[in-house]
Design a protein around this ligand. Structure first.
Ligand code: SAM
Ligand code: SF4
Length: 357
């Protein structure tokens, strides 16, 4: 991908608050949108920094947000606590690379005390060797999701633009398992002519390591804005490629809010396959997610062009009631669908790394 395209700078000075939501929202003690959906799943980005530069995410010359614009430790905790009070059941810590956040251990300690069903983290796994995974598990982190886009050493280097290898993630899987994390998921962004020839090999990888291998359709969230529909390998193509080697069995009774199509192997081998297909099979109708960026922008959708800056409310010492009202108003603006397939769709200026995947 070209690196000469404009450098994205996520900074926004627009602090216009969201319009007030109707009374039914304010009175609900939940995060409701105007299409009848309820938010149960929060993605909290705690940094936009990363030690990788994945080709589908962040250009080498990507400019980070100034540190002063990022929320403080206490602000992350306040927002998480209030969202949980408003019915959030699942919280994913993400970034950027969350393991680069200096107070991650304390953050997990605090978040682990909130009454949530599922506290998870997505990480590229590169720093896990140096981290207290058993402490995290004990503190209440339930799940770790790793990222790996190729099993070919040269390709891993080319995709991440680092010297890492698949062994880093294999080691991270071992460490996570030793610390008691189960199941362990591994995300892989599938891109045409990059790694689409490795889908069946990744299925073997899932079987060998007894992990949930999750294939994600390439989304228009890359900082180089090089996304094209022709580079997307669809869910149907992923299923076809894997089925040529292994018979897949759909897992019935999936969580209705699950964003993935899930499969086991017909021969009873360990491991599972998940496919996240926002481009070819949008799941917006069942979406129960809200995102908070590291600099305190409330994003109702990954593809939102509108985001709502809650930092001024936090910094002027807003009460819990002020924060609750702001979150409810922002949630009410969640659009019905992401519109990727609609004429006139334009990619949001924030990259996945600056939103929190
Ligand atoms: N740095 C961590 C990691 O890579 O696991 C966490 C943050 S990363 C933004 C979260 C997930 O988003 C990763 O699994 C990554 O593969 C995925 N991702 C990033 N850019 C993407 C894109 N353009 N399309 C689809 N998935 C993307
Ligand atoms: Fe970093 Fe994750 Fe983006 Fe890769 S996908 S550049 S590891 S934030």
């Amino acid at each position: 991908m070209s690196t000469s395209l404009p450098i994205f700078n996520a900074t926004s000075n627009d602090a216009t608050p969201p319009p007030a939501a109707p009374d039914e929202s304010r009175a609900s003690n939940h995060l409701l949108d105007s299409h009848g959906r309820v938010i149960r799943d929060l993605r909290l980005s705690i940094t936009d920094r990363c030690n990788y530069r994945c080709i589908y995410c962040m250009d080498p010359d990507f400019r980070y947000m100034p540190k002063r614009e990022l929320l403080s430790f206490d602000e992350y905790i306040t927002l998480a606590r209030i969202c949980v009070g408003l019915g959030v059941e699942k919280l994913r810590i993400t970034g950027g690379e969350p393991t680069m956040y200096s107070r991650l251990n304390e953050l997990i300690d605090e978040l682990g005390q909130l009454p949530i069903r599922d506290l998870a983290m997505t990480t590229n796994g590169s720093l896990l060797e140096t981290k207290p995974l058993a402490r995290w598990r004990k503190a209440g982190l339930h799940r770790i999701t790793l990222s790996l886009d190729s099993l070919d050493p040269d390709k891993v280097k080319a995709i991440t633009r680092t010297k890492t290898s698949a062994d880093t993630v294999v080691r991270a899987i071992e460490l996570a398992r030793e610390a008691g994390f189960d199941p362990i998921k591994v995300n892989s962004v599938v891109m045409k002519d990059v790694n689409d020839n490795e889908l069946a090999d990744f299925a073997d990888f899932a079987r060998t390591h007894d992990i949930d291998m999750r294939f994600i359709e390439f989304m228009p969230l890359d900082s180089s804005h090089a996304w094209e529909r022709s580079k997307v390998i669809t869910a149907d193509q992923i299923i076809e490629a894997i089925s040529a080697r292994h018979e897949l069995v759909p897992i019935k009774g999936n969580d209705p809010h699950s964003t993935s199509l899930n499969f086991t192997f017909a021969d009873g081998a360990p491991g599972r396959i998940g496919i996240i297909a926002p481009v070819s099979r949008p799941f917006c109708g069942a979406c129960s997610r809200l995102r908070i960026t590291a600099d305190g922008k409330i994003r109702p959708c990954l593809f939102s062009h509108q985001e709502w800056d809650i930092r001024p409310v936090l910094r002027r010492g807003g009460s819990d009631e002020d924060i609750i009202a702001f979150l409810q108003d922002a949630t009410w603006t969640k659009k019905k669908g992401h519109g990727i397939s609609e004429a006139g769709f334009t990619q949001p200026s924030r990259t996945m790394s600056a939103i929190g995947g």
